[in-house]
Ligand binder design. Sequence first.
Ligand code: CMX
Length: 132
Amino acid sequence: MKKVDHIGIAVRNLNEVLPYYTDTLGCPLLKIEDVESQKVRVAFIDAGNIKLELLEPLDDTSAVAKFIEKRGEGIHHIAFGVEDIEQRMAELRENGVKLLSEHANPGAGGAMVAFLHPKSSNGVLYELCEKQ
Ligand code: CMX
């Protein structure tokens, strides 16, 4: 992997936490978007050399809702930017990494995304993210 694209942070209520990032920390809001396929509302924050992706669950069945229920708010995943996501997935699979889906799926910002199971990665949920 050559670069981290963003860090995902699970929050209960986006509107309540946004002023902390934009006003207190002084990091500009880039955009807010609903990603129905992942059942999350996301806000991208410009943190200089990296983006922060604040994730609010859209309903109780969202993976992010389950995460917050179990572990509370906090760092949810780290996303690597990749150029050919299907190729990277195939390489990882060959190396015994457990992926959460057979193929990449649409994610925020029109990117294609796929996840590595935390059990394969020492308890960290990694995302692969290919910008279109
Ligand atoms: N980071 C680290 N560990 C995590 C985790 C996370 N974000 N989410 C779940 N886990 C752990 C759980 O703590 C649990 O560990 P233990 O068995 O040791 O208790 C294990 O993974 C299984 O978790 P679970 O609560 O039983 O939940 P599920 O198996 O139903 O789901 C996972 C886990 C990773 C498969 C699911 O969260 C998932 O599919 N995630 C990928 C999709 C996603 O997160 N989408 C939102 C992001 C959207 C975006 O960025 O666009």
